[in-house]
Design a protein around this ligand. Structure first.
Ligand code: ZN
Length: 274
């Protein structure tokens, strides 16, 4: 076979898989999406670890970040306001410069046309929100938000007045201590978010997984749960992962192009049915 023939067959196989994925999305009662760091690589956010990773470049955040915060919230806030710690400065600079990519936009549009009911993300980069996703569950929090440890209220970091003379800042609703919404190392996932994740997953008969290899719990358990209860799993990843064995449809390649292709096919099916 010539190189061109091989490419043609690959394209044809991928087109078939995209058609199958679109068919599953359109036939499902409740579709839940699960995304991870791989989806944001095309937005210029490197993975945390490994060559070129954020932690490799700027140093690791403390593995007991939550315990440190709880021991001395005022001191933790002083560090946050004048980030002497390179990993924190590096993280915020990288995230602040990033913009949603075609993959984020396609997922937001799939929600808008009624084919995605809820999106669970492990990313803290705010890009799903910027792309327009509404039914969003950020299990590791969102770096652009602050969270009250008392009542769980979230506040936009940019609009929240912090008096450096009176740290830590307090919640205007309940007086509780306010912390970055990003879940620190050692911090439990906020109960409100986790409860909504379990509820969404329990009701899902289809899960679209994009940009995550399914190794970090609790997120790794979600596709397992959907498959166990008879639902279908669609995987969108650069390479096969630990989730591949569960997947009814596997789409291997860059998330931006694949999710855009998937959206086009879903739109075509919706138009046909109308
Ligand atoms: Zn509060």
């Amino acid at each position: 076979m010539s190189q061109a023939e091989i490419q043609f067959q690959l394209d044809a196989a991928l087109a078939r898989e995209l058609d199958r994925a679109a068919e599953l999305l359109c036939g499902a009662r409740q579709v839940v999406v699960l995304t991870g760091a791989g989806l944001s690589v095309e937005s210029g956010i490197p993975p945390f670890r490994g060559p070129g990773g954020l932690w490799t470049k700027y140093g690791e955040p403390p593995l007991d970040g939550y315990q440190r915060f709880m021991r001395d919230p005022a001191e933790a806030w002083r560090k946050m306001l004048s980030p002497s710690e390179p990993w924190l400065r590096g993280l915020h600079e990288t995230l602040g410069a990033a913009r949603p990519n075609a993959g984020h936009r396609a997922l937001a549009e799939l929600e808008r046309v009624g084919r995605v009911h809820c999106l669970i993300t492990q990313n803290v980069d705010d890009l799903h929100r910027q792309a327009g996703s509404r039914a969003l569950l950020e299990i590791h929090g969102n770096y652009a938000l602050l969270r009250c440890l008392g009542c769980g209220a979230r506040f936009e970091r940019a609009g929240f007045a912090v008096d450096p003379e009176r740290l830590p800042p307090r919640c205007p609703n309940c007086g509780g201590i306010v912390k970055s919404d990003t879940v620190s190392f050692g911090e439990p996932i906020p109960e409100d978010v986790l409860a909504r994740c379990f509820e969404a997953v329990a009701g899902a008969d289809c899960m679209l997984v994009a940009g995550t290899s399914g190794t970090v719990y609790p997120a790794a358990g979600f596709p397992v749960e959907v498959a166990r209860s008879g639902g279908r799993v669609i995987e969108v990843n650069l390479e096969p992962s630990e989730l591949s064995a569960l997947a009814s449809v596997q789409l291997l390649g860059p998330g931006g192009a694949l999710l855009t292709g998937l959206l086009e096919r879903v739109r075509a099916r919706i138009a046909e049915a109308a």
